[in-house]
Design a protein around this ligand. Structure first.
Ligand code: PMP
Length: 332
């Protein structure tokens, strides 16, 4: 049954089956045809609904999660929202350690959804006791009857996309897809979707999107974690200062890095030229696509799918706010 048919038992039955929409204007100067997978159509407004539901249901099946238990996670916001939503529907408490780079909107939203939120500094090493990874681990150890979702190091993360996002794109494109462009954070989306698609057609190219200030691209190229690559950046949910085991680097053909400024302008272009109110990383994905095009990755026959991870409503105080754009020096 598709997501629009019949009566659903709960909001959670609306996770997945997101639409694929042809881009009309933002890619008109690029070679090939371009289509956006709109993950904002998930009930939690992002692709993270898929992994949150898959990991929670897996824990339930294994008997690890029982009613009244606590879900603990590190999250830039979207996974937290999905977990909070699932917690409300299924009756679990949700405790989230988020980075102080997350927008206030996201934090307020998580609290509104009943989650307990701990805000942690973004610019400390991952093994620092103040980092959101370490804070979540500590809370998990101190909280009886709790489950740590651990999306960066959980193979069920990419499995969720292998089982859902990949097959959806293959079906929606009728197997015509030639390139997939995906933002890489935990790497779950790119690895799971990419692996499924490559199994259907090994010629499909999986093009990653990383942030300037993150280690992923360099690690993909060299196999080494180079902390000299690390610098502060503004895009939330993209790139990392560690190597997540949830990423299968073998599936990814290449990475491009994008800047905060170009990603912000690209997101605003998507809103204004396509009428798609999208999140910051959607702009990053479009910007990387333009960079790949400039390097001749595409031909007129290319059938390119861009995954747009989330909805613009979470960035009203950032890229869609003129004052914030001015403070960053992006506009005069
Ligand atoms: N965009 C946004 C807005 C996100 O929250 C995330 C998740 N960190 C990503 C992109 C990257 O997705 P993934 O973690 O599956 O690599």
């Amino acid at each position: 049954m598709t997501r629009n048919q019949g009566i659903k038992d709960s909001i959670l039955d609306l996770v997945g089956q997101t639409p694929l929409v042809k881009l009309q204007r933002v890619t008109k100067d690029l070679k090939g045809s371009y289509f956006a997978k709109l993950e904002a159509f998930n009930p939690g407004l992002s692709q993270k609904d898929r992994i949150a539901l898959h990991i929670v249901e897996n824990a339930e099946k294994k008997g690890i999660l029982t009613k009244g238990a606590t879900i603990v996670e590190t999250t830039s916001g979207n996974t937290g929202y999905s977990l909070a939503m699932i917690g409300l529907v299924k009756g679990y408490k949700c405790i989230l350690a988020v980075s102080d780079k997350s927008s206030q909107d996201k934090i307020d939203l998580l609290k509104t959804m009943g989650a307990e939120v701990h805000v942690c500094p973004a610019n400390v090493p991952a093994d620092d006791p103040r980092s959101y990874y370490e804070v979540a681990k500590r809370i998990h150890l101190e909280t009886p009857n709790s489950v740590y979702i651990n999306q960066y190091f959980n193979e069920l993360n990419s499995e969720a996309h292998y089982k859902t996002t990949g097959p959806e794109i293959w079906k929606q494109t009728e197997g015509k897809i030639t390139h997939l462009v995906v933002a890489s954070g935990t790497g779950g989306t790119i690895s799971g979707t990419g692996q499924y698609l490559k199994e259907q057609n090994p010629n499909i190219k999986i093009l990653g999107v990383d942030a300037i200030g993150s280690v992923l691209k360099k690690y993909h190229e060299t196999g080494e974690l180079d902390l000299n690559e690390v610098s502060p950046y503004k895009i939330e949910g993209l790139g990392k200062n560690l190597i997540p085991t949830a990423t299968n680097f073998d599936v990814i053909d290449i990475y491009e890095k994008v800047s905060d400024k170009e990603a912000a302008f690209a997101a605003r272009d998507i809103v204004q030229q396509e009428g798609i109110f999208c999140g910051y990383t959607c702009g990053a994905v479009l910007q990387a696509t333009k960079q790949y095009n400039a390097q001749n990755y595409f031909t007129e026959d290319s059938f390119v799918v861009l995954i747009f991870p989330d909805h613009g409503s979470r960035y009203m105080n950032k890229i869609y706010n003129a004052k914030w754009m001015k403070i960053q020096g992006f506009i005069d």
